[in-house]
Design a protein around this ligand. Structure first.
Ligand code: FAD
Length: 523
């Protein structure tokens, strides 16, 4: 008899994994064997615009998890299932093949995934063979636990945060126990079924999601797989100084890279409150790929910042704009957007949260859209951001806002096309955060930027990259442009360097956007 933990692509870790922890506890109490199941579902990846990089990262992490689990005598069984509609039946058949009496999984809050899990639950109930338990694994606080006085979900971040903080600091947060060597008796290996499961192979790549050799190498260098790598990246953020102007593959995020420890005030975390919006140094944690894939838990991140301040303050003061406070507030944005997705599922169905903007007239301009994707808009900071994402699968938060707002407000192109391209390109693509970020930039979401407050990309450029080093790195045509001209090169200079002239004039585009938002439907 067995207990099954169904691992999904958002909870790829052994430590502090609630569903795995509960499954292992249950197995131990009832002397059952624990099996970890992972299902590769290509049709789901298509439906969610998953990037090849994210799929590759999933497979690389699976390899690490398989090895770690094997040391605990726990088999990881990986199956590929298509079509997605019959996935619940596949799960319940698998459960009965293994004679499993319990299934544990962490909730995925996207609509299709919730429907799928509900179906699994119903089928399992109908056959009466296995009981299913779904728990919160993604958020620091589960959706539905941070509500307004009248029991509704928050749609504005600041009151959400005010309500979120006391839960965070008052509730002790027990670390979910990792399974230990006693979880499975070593004899499971001898059992014929388990023997087969231990030998289950993990594909090296999925058809249609192969990376080019160069891309695969960059991804491995920038984003090494595994929990140990995520831990080292966290420690690097907590204890070492930001390095200026080293980007892309030339800036390996190698967790082994020895960087001297710095004092708490000088570390990336210590400086985060002031420096986080600068893109010309690696000022932020760069943990998003690991958080999105659940290689590290968000609770673990908060716990680590708490441990730093132990002895000084008993609680992390999240409301203060210090490094720690500010960073935990960013993690709260992640919770916020996931809560919004869970409580207002229409946002994940291509609908604007604010229905009044459902009929804004968009431009259909393939060449502008393509220029934006390629980083050839003629606005250096936009192009540098897009080229960084195309190369590394990651972009700094400030530039995600700048490039998104440029597509929507300057080029007047539908935000959903940008949202899709980000998902297809990012290694950290997460439906809730990506949709939240896009609907913020498009002024259509919960608590968005007002439609008339439109970023001037040239001013944003001066603030985020004052020296222009970041632009020079990612837009090599401009490597020899110095001074303020780097932010907005004169047309003659741009032409000489083979750099495009801007697609639109910012001031005119701004007026057009305000007019269209003011009167949705008007062209
Ligand atoms: P840090 O500054 O170190 O922050 C720590 C963690 O907090 C991040 O790793 C992330 O998990 C969370 N976080 C920080 N800022 C935000 C935010 N604004 N919203 C939600 N969570 C946040 N983040 C994703 O993880 N996946 C996405 O697909 C994604 N798409 C985005 C699209 C747009 C248009 C915008 C404006 C933002 C998007 N973000 C997304 C949020 C944010 O840009 C990234 O999380 C951040 O840049 C990751 O870098 P970091 O790990 O160094 O962050």
């Amino acid at each position: 008899d067995a207990v099954v933990y169904w691992m999904r692509m958002q909870d790829m870790r052994i430590h502090d994994n609630r569903a795995l922890s509960q499954a292992s506890e249950y197995a131990r109490l009832h002397s059952l064997s624990l099996i970890v199941l992972f299902i590769l579902s290509p049709q789901d990846y298509i439906a969610h615009d998953r990037s090849a990089r994210r799929i590759d990262f999933t497979l690389r992490n699976l390899m690490q998890i398989k090895n770690s689990l094997a040391k605990l005598d726990i088999p990881l069984h990986v199956i590929t299932h298509s079509p997605r509609k019959t996935l619940p039946e596949r799960v319940t058949t698998t459960l009965s093949d293994w004679n499993a009496s319990r299934l544990f999984a962490n909730v995925e809050h996207e609509v299709d995934e919730l429907r799928r899990d509900l179906r699994v639950y119903e089928l399992a109930q109908r056959t009466g063979k296995a009981e299913c338990t779904f728990v919160n694994g993604k958020c620091i606080l589960p959706p539905g636990t941070v509500l307004t006085k009248d029991g509704r979900g928050y749609t504005v971040y600041s009151p959400f945060l005010r309500s979120w903080i006391p839960h965070l600091t008052d509730t002790p947060d027990p670390l979910a126990c990792a399974p230990d060597v006693e979880s499975n008796d070593a004899t499971v290996r001898q059992h014929p079924i388990f023997g087969q499961l231990f030998n289950s192979a993990i594909p090296e790549y999925m058809e249609g999601y192969e990376l080019s050799k160069e891309d695969a190498e960059i991804m491995c260098v920038c984003w090494p797989a595994g929990e140990a790598a995520a831990q080292e990246i966290l420690l690097r953020f907590l204890h070492t100084k930001a390095r200026p102007a080293q980007f892309g593959a030339a800036d390996p995020l190698s967790p082994g890279a020895s960087e001297p420890k710095s004092g708490p005030k000088d570390s990336r975390l210590g400086k985060y409150g002031d420096a986080r919006d600068r893109v010309d140094a690696d000022t932020t944690s760069r943990l998003s790929p690991y958080l999105a894939a659940g290689v590290i838990s968000a609770r673990e991140c908060v716990r680590a910042t708490r441990a730093l301040s132990e002895g000084k303050h008993s609680k992390v003061d999240v409301s203060r704009d210090t490094g720690v406070g500010r960073w935990v507030q960013e993690l709260a944005w992640r919770d916020f957007y996931t809560h919004v997705l869970a409580l207002f599922p229409r946002v994940s169905m291509g609908r604007p949260f604010q229905e009044k903007f459902a009929n804004v007239s968009w431009e259909t301009n393939e060449s502008h859209l393509q220029a934006w994707k390629d980083g050839r808009t003629g606005v250096p900071i936009v192009d540098a951001g897009m080229r960084q994402m195309n190369k590394m699968g990651w972009m700094h938060n400030r530039l995600r806002m700048v490039t998104a707002m440029y597509l929507v407000k300057d080029l007047m192109i539908d935000w959903r096309l940008g949202e899709k391209y980000f998902m297809e390109t990012l290694i950290d693509g997460d439906l809730a955060s990506n949709n939240g970020g896009w609907q913020w930039s498009a002024s259509t979401g919960v608590d968005p930027v007002p439609y008339f407050r439109i970023f001037n990309p040239y001013l944003q450029s001066k603030k985020a990259d004052p020296s222009g080093d970041y632009i020079r790195y990612f837009v090599p045509e401009l490597a020899k442009v110095f001074g303020d001209e780097i932010h907005n090169p004169p047309p003659r200079c741009a032409e000489k360097l083979g750099y495009p002239t801007p697609l639109v004039k910012h001031d005119e585009a701004r007026q057009r956007a305000i007019k269209r938002y003011k009167n949705p439907g008007d062209v």
